[in-house]
Design a protein around this ligand. Structure first.
Ligand SMILES: *[C@@H]1O[C@H](CO)[C@@H](O)[C@H](O)[C@H]1NC(C)=O
Ligand SMILES: *[C@@H]1O[C@H](CO)[C@@H](O)[C@H](O)[C@H]1NC(C)=O
Ligand SMILES: *[C@@H]1O[C@H](CO)[C@@H](O)[C@H](O)[C@H]1NC(C)=O
Ligand SMILES: *[C@@H]1O[C@H](CO)[C@@H](O)[C@H](O)[C@H]1NC(C)=O
Ligand SMILES: *[C@@H]1O[C@H](CO)[C@@H](O)[C@H](O)[C@H]1NC(C)=O
Ligand SMILES: *[C@@H]1O[C@H](CO)[C@@H](O)[C@H](O)[C@H]1NC(C)=O
Ligand SMILES: *[C@@H]1O[C@H](CO)[C@@H](O)[C@H](O)[C@H]1NC(C)=O
Length: 681
């Protein structure tokens, strides 16, 4: 006898609801293959599916979510992702690793003056925070008290995962929170780590230009560590193709503004694992800060806070009086697959498509989090930026392609060290028109900088964003630093050293990822050492008028290797001619640096040894951009007054001495140098 119809509808209803089954242990036993639907071409989460039923099963030590496309297992109450079953792969994560070493959040922190601690954040309570027939959000919370383990950062951390039906991936974010009165602390790093199966994921993709088959962690372990442990010469890789190559995770760094999708591809079966970051709002230190992406392991990261390419000065420091709360994420962990005919080639293109889709629907409207405002709760700012520099043009110029952003109130340029708030950036168009959308409510300053001009703009009144607001700032005019006419200039004011001479790497120390990639050739290992090869007899001398910065200005002023692990300071010279010098007048040297690492840059005019130097930066910089193949770190601008008695008619020489020289990685990168004559009256 068939069951009565109401029983059937009840069953159906149950299926459409989230079915909670206690005791599921699918990872070892369940035969169901989530990717068993048979389609051609790539699949993505937007695909409709009749398998849009979310199943959640929880046992004492894990919760398993199955939405028909993937099965994900997460430890309870820790909240570590231990298994992702997808497309016929039992687990895309590294099953050889312990459960807590596959997909996790971690924090690097310290008490002031104490050693740093790696805190892998395991939750202590597990809770379903929202559920419906097509979505479920779960929380793994760790609350801190004075009696908790002293390796735990004094911070409540609520890790969240969101699963949606028909969605080939999941969202994750975390709410960090501390009330007043908790200990003084410093936090240098907050990130998510996914470790994938090495036997499957061998092709890494960071951008259209940067992708390839990669060596393995095993290849690294049999290799030869170079000047620091992250850089390894592969001397005995399994795949002989990689023999003699260098691998270093810092070679795969990207500026935050371009770090929106990266990950790994599995050939057989064709499948991809991607970290998609639809917004930069929660990352620290603005759009040009660089950070790690994916690297050999195979590992895929999402970096929220780090000191990379900036130094401890962008780390977060809290004093006990300070209450703070921030949402990191959501980011989207996306998995895709392709038919064997299409192969893995289509996966990167599909991942990019998915990324654009996520950007489009940002800010997500489906988080169960009061601290994550949806689109209606956000505001926007529009305006048009001009640049006024009377020595270039009497008319105001468009702030073309300007970087324009909102960040916590502070002095002009403070955004590049700002690290506790949210930042919202855009690029102006050719006419300087900009629109910053989807801004969280709060108090901000509006900052800008314009490629082609030195210095930082700040709009002089605070901007308060309220839900739904739309603020039109009208016309803004930036007047970059300028005291007189340009006598000469070196480089392009764009905050990088990319336009200068970047040497070829040693043929024995190449990373083939960048062999044909001219845009990123500075990511090769060991370029700093080429300086001493090229300038054996004496340091760099640049003669204005005959030399060209693209070939005659070494991209970094590094130290000189003097053998026996000693290093010497170096002095760059700029030689230039002045027809005549106006007595009793003031010249100006605009000196813009793209990076500084434990440096002290001294500037002297026409006498290399005069003490004290006419100008000294004093000790600056921790960005380590030379060692880590960044072409820039933080930006430093110095306007140096030069009284006319420092100069004379005829040939003059400026001596730039980087005086701190204990390691190969100290030094500066210049962005741009300009000598200005006395003001025209
Ligand atoms: C999947 O598609 C292939 C080729 O179209 C077909 O041969 C195979 O039977 C299909 N498998 C399933 C499970 O539908
Ligand atoms: C599924 O998607 C296809 C292609 O977008 C569309 O033609 C079809 O109507 C959809 N079916 C359902 C049930 O939504
Ligand atoms: C996580 O813990 C914090 C601190 O106790 C609390 O405020 C918050 O509501 C908790 N989150 C959940 C989802 O329970
Ligand atoms: C503190 O936590 C760490 C890491 O989870 C663990 O190894 C250690 O045993 C814990 N210490 C105490 C006293 O619980
Ligand atoms: C702008 O905001 C900052 C930080 O809240 C505050 O210190 C400053 O006084 C404000 N400036 C103006 C002009 O209101
Ligand atoms: C290298 O430096 C060490 C320590 O300063 C010194 O003892 C040694 O003699 C030096 N060797 C050479 C070859 O200069
Ligand atoms: C350079 O300065 C040093 C130290 O003040 C001085 O002894 C020397 O005479 C100066 N050289 C010239 C050429 O003026």
């Amino acid at each position: 006898m068939p069951p009565p119809p109401f029983v059937l509808s009840l069953l159906l209803l149950l299926l459409l609801q989230i079915v909670v089954v206690v005791g599921g242990e699918w990872l070892d036993s369940a035969p169901t293959t989530p990717g068993s639907r048979n389609e051609t071409g790539t699949r993505n989460s937007a695909a409709n599916s009749s398998v849009g039923v979310l199943l959640l099963s929880a046992s004492t030590d894990q919760v398993v979510i199955d939405n028909g496309l993937l099965h994900v297992a997460i430890s309870v109450p820790g909240g570590d992702v231990t298994g992702i079953q997808y497309n016929g792969l039992d687990n895309v994560l590294d099953v050889l690793n312990n459960d807590d070493n596959r997909g996790y959040w971690d924090v690097v922190w310290n008490l002031p003056g104490h050693d740093i601690i790696f805190d892998r954040v395991h939750g202590s309570t597990y809770k379903i925070v929202s559920e419906s027939s097509d979505q479920i959000e779960i929380s793994f919370n760790r609350t801190w008290s004075i009696s908790t383990n002293d390796t735990f950062v004094p911070m409540n951390i609520d890790k969240r995962y969101i699963f949606r039906s028909g969605c080939s991936g999941f969202y994750t974010y975390a709410i960090f929170d501390r009330p007043e009165g908790w200990p003084d602390i410093e936090i240098d790093q907050v990130r998510i780590v996914y470790k994938l199966r090495e036997d499957k994921f061998q092709y890494m993709a960071l951008s259209d230009d940067s992708q390839r088959f990669m060596p393995t962690a095993g290849d690294r372990s049999t290799g030869l560590p170079l000047a620091y442990p992250e850089a390894v010469l592969l001397t005995n890789p399994e795949n002989q193709e990689f023999r003699g190559e260098v691998d270093d995770k810092y070679q795969y760094s990207i500026e935050n503004q371009y770090n929106r999708v990266h990950g790994w591809i599995c050939d057989e079966p064709p499948a991809g694992f991607w970290m998609i970051t639809p917004s930069n709002e929660f990352r620290t230190a603005g759009p040009v800060k660089q950070d790690l992406t994916s690297h050999v392991g195979p590992i895929t990261l999402s970096m929220f806070v780090s000191t990379h390419y900036a130094g401890k000065e962008v780390g977060m420091k809290f004093n006990s009086g300070e209450a703070w709360r921030k949402v990191f994420g959501p980011v989207f962990v996306y998995l895709n697959s392709a038919s064997p005919e299409d192969g893995s080639n289509s996966l990167w293109e599909d991942a990019k498509r998915q990324m654009y889709g996520e950007v489009k629907i940002w800010p997500y409207d489906f988080t169960a989090c009061d601290d994550f405002p949806n689109a209606e709760q956000r505001g926007s700012v529009v305006g048009q930026l001009f640049v006024h520099d009377g020595y270039i043009s009497e008319q105001d110029m468009y702030g073309a392609s300007a970087y324009v952003g909102l960040a916590a109130p502070g002095p002009a340029g403070s955004w590049q060290r700002e690290n506790k708030g949210y930042q919202f950036w855009t690029r102006a168009n050719k006419r300087g028109l900009f629109e910053i959308e989807k801004v969280r409510a709060g108090d901000y300053n509006l900052y800008a900088w314009v490629p082609g001009f030195i210095g930082d703009y700040k709009y002089d009144t605070n901007i308060t964003i309220t839900p739904g607001c739309s603020i039109d700032l009208g016309t803004l005019v930036y007047e970059p630093p300028r005291h007189g006419p340009t006598l000469w200039e070196i480089g392009i004011p764009d905050r990088t050293a990319a336009e200068f001479y970047i040497p070829s790497p040693y043929p024995t120390l190449m990373n083939s990822l960048y062999t044909d990639n001219r845009k990123s050739r500075f990511r090769q290992y060991g370029l700093w050492d080429r300086y001493a090869d090229l300038y054996q007899e004496h340091d760099l001398i640049f003669t204005v008028g005959t030399d060209h910065y693209r070939k005659d200005w070494f991209y970094a002023q590094v130290t000189r290797n003097a053998g026996n692990t000693t290093y010497q300071s170096t002095t760059f010279q700029i030689v230039f001619e002045l027809q005549q010098v106006n007595d009793m007048s003031t010249y100006y040297l605009q000196l813009a640096l793209a990076s500084a690492m434990e440096s002290d840059l001294q500037v002297r005019f026409n006498n290399a040894s005069v003490e004290p130097a006419h100008f000294s930066t004093g000790p600056i910089g921790q960005d380590n951009a030379i060692a880590r193949h960044g072409i820039h770190g933080l930006y430093w601008l110095y306007g140096i007054e030069v009284p006319s008695f420092q100069l004379h008619g005829g040939i003059n020489t400026i001596y730039l001495t980087q005086a701190s020289a204990k390691t190969p990685f100290q030094g500066v990168m210049y962005d741009y140098i300009r000598l200005e004559g006395p003001p025209e009256t």
